[in-house]
Design a protein around this ligand. Structure first.
Ligand SMILES: *Cc1c(COP(=O)(O)O)cnc(C)c1O
Length: 473
């Protein structure tokens, strides 16, 4: 058992070397873990140890048992899903976070955590050109941010009656999104008590973006049928193919019908550090809330989701609950963030953001994000030039959606199968990791370039590997 600071110091130094070694060796490891289901659990003892074990033994098992089951999210050739990237300054901050082990439920339990969080949210607002009227708070995930938005929308429209009475004898509220909206919205709709049946999927155009006129029709049809439109969720950068719902016309409709507009930019929000991307935010001042995840693309390790809301009073009134044992004398002068979301206990997440934003500077963040976007454009161009490759939706931000159609193959099912196998072969190589979606029914390969330490050579190697694998048996 580590019992004193001398021993802790020794182990911590060794750990620092281990962390640096990991990043030096990372490229040699298979990106996607190659283990079979239950392979890891079968190597773990069924019962906890009775006697203390030395760190060496634990770390040896970490190397032998745990590491093979790690999918290396920080590998520069991780092109799957959306990333959850990190960076050296973020890791260093996380070490401090674990050391201080703050519980920032109210200001008094950690004044620095509360006030740094307040300032970091102001920094993010400036960095990304978000509307002045927004106030930010860190949530663990975009899912939690969206849940906070929908519960607040529910309370605003019910005049805080659902909080008090439950959904009993209350009108049926409706929430609107599209077929492309992230699954976390439907999850929030269920948890908040709206029910999936009251989630209306509005039609999309051929770029997979919400059609504002279809939204308005859905709202008026619902009003005629006696429903109460409550909230719309628009997305900037959908998970499948980074489609962008037009925020301005959607916002105008929401204002007209007094509907809460929540904008989900979980991944693409980071791109707003670039002035040339800001046009996607047009109309955001009409929204009631907005979320993006620094833990996806802003070099800040999971978890760190930035939730912005216009009416903080409504947010706090929705989540505030004040038992005697949580009353403090500083109430009202400072932010008690436990009233700003679901959880009472809160990690000191602002610290890693502070380290990252200072160590990179706005310039460093802009340069790195721009590099990713340029690399995605480069890869898109290569695919457009190469016979048989199809780009299935225009490349936005840094996601490339593509497939390969072998010469003479016309049957769509066969083409789907071919691309599914191509994906499996590529991922089994251990050299890169990509995932897929379906666009207009077509099996679509997704390659996202947003890793902190990805370089041009990784994208070139990926392209060579894809070309070399497509016709292999
Ligand atoms: C990733 C993603 C989410 C979910 O993010 P979590 O932080 O994991 O909850 C929500 N919406 C969009 C558009 C996403 O890309």
């Amino acid at each position: 058992m580590i019992e004193d600071s001398t021993e802790f110091r020794k182990e911590a130094h060794k750990m620092a070397d281990r962390l640096a070694d990991y990043y030096e060796e990372l490229e040699k490891l298979p990106v996607k873990s190659q283990v079979k289901p239950c392979e890891i659990i079968s190597k773990l003892p069924a019962s906890p140890p009775e006697m203390p074990e030395p760190m060496d033994a634990i770390l040896q098992d970490f190397d032998n048992v745990i590491m093979p089951g790690i999918t290396h999210w920080q590998h520069p050739s991780f092109f799957a899903y959306f990333p959850a990237n990190t960076s050296y300054p973020s890791i260093l901050a996380e070490m401090l976070t674990a050391t201080l082990a703050q519980q920032g439920m109210v200001w008094e339990t950690s004044p620095a955590a509360a006030e740094l969080e307040e300032r970091m949210m102001e920094w993010l607002k400036q960095l990304c050109g978000l509307p002045e009227a927004f106030t930010g708070v860190i949530q663990d995930t975009a899912s939690a941010s969206t849940l906070a938005a929908l519960v607040t929308a529910r309370e605003r429209i019910s005049k805080w009656q659902v909080n008090m009475q439950g959904f009993y004898d209350i009108n049926k509220y409706r929430v609107y999104c599209t077929s492309e909206t992230h699954s976390s919205i439907e999850k929030a709709v269920r948890i908040a008590g709206f029910g999936s049946a009251n989630l209306v999927k509005v039609e999309v155009d051929d770029m997979f973006a919400m059609k504002p006129e279809a939204l308005e029709m859905a709202i008026t049809a619902d009003l005629n049928a006696g429903f109460v439109p409550c909230a719309v969720v628009a997305t900037i950068g959908t998970t499948g193919c980074t489609a962008v719902d037009p925020v301005k016309p959607i916002g105008e409709i929401c204002v007209r019908y007094n509907v809460w507009l929540h904008v989900d930019a979980a991944f693409a929000g980071t791109a707003m550090v670039l002035p040339e991307m800001r046009h996607y935010l047009t109309g955001l001042e009409l929204a009631d809330s907005y979320v993006f995840n620094p833990h996806k693309w802003m070099f800040t390790n999971f978890d760190c989701s930035a939730y912005f809301v216009k009416d903080t009073d409504a947010l706090i009134r929705t989540f505030e609950i004040l038992p005697e044992y949580l009353k403090t004398s500083s109430r009202g002068q400072v932010n008690d963030y436990r009233d700003w979301g679901v959880a009472l206990g809160r990690r000191f997440r602002a610290l890693k953001l502070w380290f990252v934003l200072r160590n990179y500077g706005a310039v460093g963040i802009r340069e790195t994000v721009r590099k990713h976007i340029v690399l995605a454009a480069w890869l898109t161009l290569q695919m457009q030039k190469e016979k048989g490759f199809e780009i299935l939706t225009p490349t936005r931000f840094s996601l490339v959606c593509f497939r390969y159609v072998p010469e003479g193959m016309t049957n769509e099912d066969e083409i789907d199968k071919y691309n599914e196998q191509l994906e499996q072969k590529l991922n089994a190589s251990g050299k890169l990791y990509i995932t897929h979606t379906r666009l207009n029914g077509k099996y679509t390969l997704r390659l996202v370039i947003a890793q902190t330490y990805v370089e041009e050579r990784h994208v070139r190697e990926a392209w060579e590997l894809i070309k070399g694998t497509k016709n292999s048996k």
